[in-house]
Design a protein around this ligand. Structure first.
Ligand SMILES: Nc1nc2c(c(=O)[nH]1)N[C@H]1C(S)=C(S)[C@@H](COP(=O)(O)O)O[C@H]1N2
Ligand SMILES: [Mo]
Length: 321
């Protein structure tokens, strides 16, 4: 099993595993400032357990609360996060991953570091992540299918690992690859995507302090269906960029392939930033259904993480989707 590393901060809340207690202490509201949970705090403190807003109630009874006004962000229950999943290697139905990843073997686990970096090679996962204290980050996850969740991740900034790997001056992108083990993953029989699943970021996106490598949810190790033992979380991009169960990290000079872009470039751009002004060719992206809620809510530019806007200041995001 993974060696769980305690945070060096004084914060001990991640040790609490009881969801009710966790939620009563940790549920937070954002009322008029929907992105407060992630954008108003200094980088590095973003949404650490110690900084999240706590509240005794959510404003769901607020009569002024309409689809057009920002609503509170309440943590999605652990049960929903772990049973409503997209992980096509385990099947395309939302319920498939929890069923078929039940016995997913995540130990031993190695990650190949390849391409334009000083420290290429194959590493035991524990060696790769050992120097990085675990932090908690509460992020919204917006799927391109127009549903969303609020997930308390455990993990550490991808930037911290990348710095140790020392990409060279040619490195402009980072590509990630998911395990493709037909013995464990019945979904690989499907031709819906080319396997292994690959995703990629521009290096500056990968280095952004919001970009996380996650190893847990609600203070517990990730389950197979959520991308155990380690997965990417890029909260301002559609969920499919947040690749699961990573076995390779590759630094490249040219823009790498990504699975969904290969499948349908018209529908899934390389950047895939959450953008309510650019509809999917087959549906609107203006609104989303937060899992557990009835009424749809407005989708926010960059999923509300507007501090990333400067990464794209030179780009037309209606063209570079
Ligand atoms: N390897 C792999 N990673 C993946 C996927 C997948 O099918 N395979 N699905 C993506 C999609 S579409 C979403 S919305 C998120 C869902 O993450 P969750 O199930 O942990 O909420 O994982 C992403 N990462
Ligand atoms: Mo998704």
């Amino acid at each position: 099993m993974l060696i769980k590393i305690k945070a060096s901060s004084e914060c001990k809340e991640h040790e609490v595993s009881d969801e009710k207690f966790y939620r009563s202490r940790r549920s937070f509201i954002t009322q008029s400032v929907p992105a407060i949970a992630a954008s108003s705090l200094a980088p590095g403190l973003l949404l650490s357990a110690c900084d999240a807003k706590t509240a005794s109630d959510t404003p769901s009874s607020d009569p002024a609360s309409k689809a057009s006004t920002p609503k509170a962000d309440t943590l999605t229950p652990y049960q929903d996060i772990t049973t409503y999943n997209n992980f096509y290697e385990f099947g395309t139905d939302k319920a498939d991953p929890a069923i078929h990843a039940k016995n997913f073997k995540v130990s031993p686990w190695t990650i190949r570091v390849e391409g334009e970096a000083k420290h290429i090679g194959t590493y035991a996962l524990d060696d790769l992540i050992a120097p990085h204290p675990e932090q908690e980050r509460i992020y919204r996850l917006r799927c391109v299918e127009a549903w969303s969740m609020v997930i308390p991740w455990m993990g550490f900034p991808l930037a911290d690992l990348i710095k140790r790997l020392e990409p060279n001056s040619k490195a402009k992108y980072v590509q990630f690859e998911t395990l493709a083990d037909a013995k464990q993953m019945p979904g690989l029989r499907s031709t819906v995507l080319k396997w292994p699943y690959v995703e990629a970021l521009r290096l500056d996106e990968a280095m952004h302090p919001l970009t996380l490598l996650a190893t847990g949810i609600y203070g517990k190790s990730l389950l197979g269906q959520n991308g155990a033992p380690i997965r990417l979380v890029v909260p301002w991009k559609y969920g499919f960029k947040s690749i699961k169960s990573i076995v390779a990290i590759r630094f490249t000079e040219k823009q790498p392939n990504t699975s969904w872009n290969l499948r349908s470039p018209r529908e899934y751009g390389f950047y895939s930033n959450v953008n309510p002004t650019v509809n999917h060719p087959r549906w609107s992206q203006k609104k989303e259904r937060r899992i557990g809620e009835f009424r749809k809510r407005e989708t926010l530019m960059f999923n509300g993480y507007e501090e990333v806007a400067s990464l794209y200041s030179a780009m037309d995001l209606k063209k570079h989707t």
